[in-house]
Design a protein around this ligand. Structure first.
Ligand SMILES: Nc1ncnc2c1ncn2[C@@H]1O[C@H](COP(=O)(O)OP(=O)(O)O)[C@@H](O)[C@H]1O
Ligand SMILES: [Mg+2]
Length: 405
């Protein structure tokens, strides 16, 4: 007999279930319980309710690997399922059950990343097949349709505030927009993301990045540092007298695992370009380019931007001018900067050393404070969440091919 108890990653026992169902009628409930028992699925729960109950409960805790949800009687099944996707971990495989035999609805649900749509009354054979199909894809995060977005924050030069913006964006997406966020500091020696959030650096990131065979969900859960329900951090503080090697394949695997668990993976990049950071940039869905309003910043921004072909727009680019107003006399104007880079500036973040130092001293993200600088930082996060998700490997990938050549 086939069983779904053998998916690749073990259940860690924390609070992640294998299969949860929210179902509105007793007949379907009995069918689901029958299939759970036939397939010997561990860690399950079958509750009475529909998509609204699922949204309310999953907003509060970890999502199961497979979620069955009943949309019978709903006037707006599509928007409700979309709402569900916002609270659910991206790697969760969703099977929708409903009472409308409607091909249009089926297609729309599949387009949203739902694994299957079953019309009541459902037979246990049909449900069994669907659950088995779902369990196969839930063991392989890269095959699920819905994956979290990768937001890479790049400073045109050192000291322009890339780390501050990465940290604040991650904090704001997690706390103001209530999405699940992983914040990854790829500068394993000099990174300061953990310091900004008053956290201890995590242990094990270097091992994971040097050694791809270590990476699985269980290992990740062990090495991530929790900042809040919605924000987890991966960082390191490796010795300075050692060479840290980041394996390109390991980074790609790590990102794959993170994308299946978090809606957003925010990455603070180190200054040096390596094969691994190029891989990261090729997978990036949202690039945040940070600069100050200086001649050197303008030159480096336009060098980066000029390489991006206009046509194939699959990576969203957000241009941020930071430390605005720092050099009132000697700095360049935003208009001149814009002209120089040939593109608009999406966000201007005022220079405010008081707000920044206070936040650092209190060990909280600058975006959590009051005033125009925190407000501008929250606006960057809102812009990213509100923007259409990009498909990845497009415009930026070709830009990188040019970069390498
Ligand atoms: N808007 C701002 N106002 C005041 N200080 C800032 C601002 N942005 C960044 N800083 C400060 O500038 C310094 C460099 O910032 P950081 O984020 O480490 O830059 P990067 O990662 O680009 O090297 C830090 O001391 C940071 O606190
Ligand atoms: Mg930095």
């Amino acid at each position: 007999m086939s069983s779904v108890a053998t998916v690749k990653e073990p259940t860690t026992g924390v609070d992640r279930g294998q299969l949860h169902a929210y179902v509105l009628d007793d007949e379907t409930r009995r069918t689901i319980e029958q299939v759970i028992s036939d397939l010997v699925i561990p860690h399950t729960s079958v509750r009475r309710g529909g998509v609204a109950e699922a949204v309310a409960e999953l907003g509060q805790r970890r999502s199961p690997r497979i979620l069955l949800v009943d949309v019978s009687g709903s006037d707006l099944p599509l928007s409700q399922v979309n709402e569900l996707a916002e609270v659910c971990e991206p790697g969760t495989t969703v099977i929708v059950i409903g009472d409308r035999n409607d091909v249009g609805l089926f297609r729309d649900l599949m387009a949203q990343g739902v694994s299957d749509y079953l019309v009541k009354p459902i037979s246990s054979a049909l449900l069994q097949r669907s659950v088995l199909g779902a369990s196969e894809s839930s063991g392989a995060p890269r095959h699920t349709t819905r994956l979290g977005r990768i937001v890479s924050v790049v400073g045109a030069r050192g000291g322009v505030g890339a780390t501050l913006i990465a940290t604040s964006c991650a904090w704001a997406i997690a706390n103001r927009k209530r999405r699940r966020v992983a914040l990854l500091d790829l500068d394993l020696q000099f990174g300061s993301v953990a310091l900004h959030l008053d956290l201890d650096p995590s242990h094990g990131l270097r091992e994971a990045l040097e050694n791809p065979s270590r990476i699985d969900g269980l290992y990740l859960e062990r090495i991530m540092t929790r900042h809040s329900d919605t924000l987890q951090v991966l960082s390191a503080e490796e010795k300075l007298d050692e060479t840290v090697y980041v394996d390109r394949e390991a980074l790609s695997l790590l990102l794959g695992e993170l994308r299946s668990r978090f809606h957003f993976v925010v990455v603070d990049l180190p200054r040096q370009m390596s094969a691994a950071t190029q891989e990261l940039l090729a997978l990036t869905t949202d690039l945040v380019l940070v600069s100050d309003l200086s001649l050197a910043g303008m030159r480096d921004c336009s060098r980066l931007l000029q390489l991006v072909p206009e046509a194939n727009a699959s990576c969203q680019i957000t241009m941020v001018a930071n430390r605005v107003g720092e050099h009132r006399q000697s700095g360049m104007t935003a208009a001149d900067f814009r002209k120089g880079i040939g593109r608009t500036i999406d966000h201007m973040v005022p220079f405010d050393p008081k707000a920044v130092v206070e936040a650092l001293n209190d060990g909280r993200a600058v975006a959590a404070g009051r005033g125009s600088t925190p407000a501008a930082l929250v606006a960057i996060a809102e812009g990213i969440v509100g923007g259409a998700p990009a498909a990845g490997r497009g415009r930026l990938a070709s830009f990188l091919r040019k970069w390498r050549s």
